[in-house]
Design a protein around this ligand. Structure first.
Ligand SMILES: Cc1cc2nc3c(=O)[nH]c(=O)nc-3n(C[C@H](O)[C@H](O)[C@H](O)COP(=O)(O)OP(=O)(O)OC[C@H]3O[C@@H](n4cnc5c(N)ncnc54)[C@H](O)[C@@H]3O)c2cc1C
Length: 511
């Protein structure tokens, strides 16, 4: 029997889209990936100015094995593609009382540091670490291992009903942390993991504790040259296996008939002179790496599917400052967090759409590890605070100058005054994120994990359209670089290899 090649269109060149394209091309499909921006990578993006380089999306790489698997499919390895550094210390956490905790790569050293911060807490930390390990062990082979079109699919992947109990999805992260630690600083530290999925610790499930195990066991990583190196490497893999990548090309609508996608309307994004004006592209299978809300509202006009997505809250967004800073800051590590005095007040203000008066400030200064990221002797500060997503149709929801002042004065109050040392400054509001990545409201992770069922009711990888699949941060299993790459594995398994019944490519110009 002759096996025909099937054609696949991937809408969006984020990491999830690229990873799916690689997997499907390797399986034997002919994949075309269409990206509206001038380069692929999506939120994994870089900004350079005045000799400074800033990763303006992800700054932390975890679970490298997920990317290793992708490299292996394309006949290479992570080490061959980049120079990866396992960071130690991983993070420095600082509180308003002046105390500081370093999280080390060696869990034993972290336990000792926790004991030094709050005598008696080392044993609590170890017990929490054991619980986080168990949550990860179960989640990895159940929640993350396949699609979640229906909760039953996850139940089928469970070994016993005890698995359901083990993932601790009924309590909030904050409740479990409050029970585990007697020192409020450690509760706040663990609560912060909710923000890795754009959620609130008071509403997101305790399941997110598994992130602490992921960092402790598998490390916090940095590719020399910046996170953008990962985007370039994945793009190169895609091209190497034969994926056709078309940048500055936007999908403006999807045509449907008989419960299938029949064609995509494409338009060149100005000012790329090489892109074609307008075009109709047909494909046997369509993979949407674009945000699910954008897909159902703008590309399909499917009100029922859109309503389903909108049943969950959008994830949080963020306000970003990229500051090129003269000189060196004593005591700085690669990843730094300065906590707010009152986490509950901060999250209440975020939920109300306000810029927190006293935001928790995250700073990645990769020049600490990689001097190539800043002019000699200087530092590249990527600063991020959590904000609500921008409301539809209104302004940015975040006043740039108010937010900048709040971050810089907050740092100054904590003894790190950058204000006279800044020589390059760029900011990104939720609206900027929305425009750059077509992420409604600038929500970083699609929908949030707030609420007991939220993680289980994210947009499914399969859809009501037989040949349309969703991949990436707004669909199952969620956002973050490793998760969107796992999402690609799930989607590739759902699509499978081309069968003899698939049609061959048909392309026509002019719509
Ligand atoms: C400020 C910030 C900090 C972050 N920090 C971290 C971190 O430290 N670690 C971590 O793991 N993750 C982090 N993340 C999250 C991570 O970046 C994302 O979850 C992940 O990159 C999303 O990948 P994706 O596959 O969903 O695609 P996206 O990156 O969302 O890309 C989707 C692509 O689709 C394109 N597109 C959309 N609509 C169309 C259309 N109609 N036609 C053509 N193209 C279209 C967009 O232009 C975009 O390039 C961060 C994100 C941000 C913004």
């Amino acid at each position: 029997m002759t096996v025909e090649q099937s054609t696949v269109l991937v809408i969006g060149g984020g990491v999830g889209g690229l990873a799916t394209a690689i997997r499907l091309q390797v399986l034997g499909h002919q994949v075309t990936l269409v990206e509206r921006n001038a380069q692929v990578g999506g939120k994994l993006a870089v900004l350079t100015d005045g000799g400074y380089s800033f990763d303006i999306g992800p700054s932390l790489m975890t679970l490298p094995a997920v990317f290793e698997e992708l490299c292996a499919l394309a006949g290479t390895s992570l080490n061959a593609e980049m120079d990866l550094v396992r960071l130690d210390p991983q993070f420095s956490y600082r509180w308003t009382d002046g105390s500081e905790l370093l999280i080390h790569d060696d869990p034993g050293a972290t336990t000792a540091a926790v004991e030094g911060l709050a005598p008696g807490s080392g044993a609590e930390w170890e017990r929490y670490a054991d619980r986080a390990e168990r949550i990860w062990e179960v989640s990895e082979r159940t929640f993350f291992a396949g699609p979640m079109g229906h909760p039953w699919e996850m139940v089928k992947r469970m070994r016993s009903p005890l698995d359901l109990w083990a993932i601790d999805s009924l309590r909030s992260l904050h409740r479990s942390a409050s029970r585990a630690f007697s020192d409020p600083r450690l509760v706040q530290l663990v609560d912060r993991y909710a923000t890795y999925s754009g959620s609130s610790p008071y509403r997101a499930p305790a399941t997110l504790a598994c992130i602490s195990h992921i960092e402790a066991k598998y490390g916090c990583w940095y590719p020399m040259g910046g996170l953008g190196v990962l985007a370039s490497a994945i793009e190169a893999l895609a091209r190497r296996v034969g994926v056709e990548i078309r940048t500055s090309t936007e999908v403006t609508a999807l045509r449907t008939s008989g419960g299938r996608i029949t064609a995509a309307e494409l338009r060149a994004v100005e000012p790329d002179p090489t892109a074609q004006a307008s075009e109709l592209l047909t494909a046997d299978i369509v993979i949407a790496n674009a945000d699910a809300e954008h897909l159902y509202r703008d590309l399909l006009g499917d009100a029922a599917a859109l309503r389903k997505v909108q049943r969950a809250d959008r994830s949080s967004s963020g306000f970003v400052i990229c500051a090129g800073v003269k000189g060196q800051t004593p005591g700085l590590t690669h990843h730094n967090v300065w906590f707010s005095e009152e986490y509950r007040t901060e999250f209440a203000q975020i939920a109300a759409g306000e810029i927190p008066d006293d935001p928790t400030i995250y700073a990645c200064v990769s020049s600490v590890t990689d001097p190539s990221q800043a002019p000699a002797g200087n530092e590249n500060w990527f600063l991020l605070i959590n904000t609500a997503p921008a409301p539809d149709g209104a302004g940015s929801g975040v006043d740039r100058s108010v937010a900048t002042e709040r971050v810089l004065s907050g740092l100054a109050r904590r003894g790190v005054d950058l204000r006279d040392r800044i020589e390059v400054l760029h900011t990104l509001t939720p609206t900027d994120l929305a425009e750059r990545y077509r992420a409604p409201g600038g929500a970083i992770y699609g929908t949030s994990s707030n609420g007991r069922r939220a993680a289980f009711s994210r947009p499914s990888n399969t859809t009501d359209y037989r040949n349309l699949f969703l991949v990436g941060g707004s669909s199952h299993p969620g956002g973050g670089l490793p998760l969107v790459t796992m999402s690609a594995r799930i989607v590739a398994e759902l699509v499978g290899a081309p069968s003899a019944s698939t049609r061959s490519n048909k392309k026509s110009s002019g719509s």
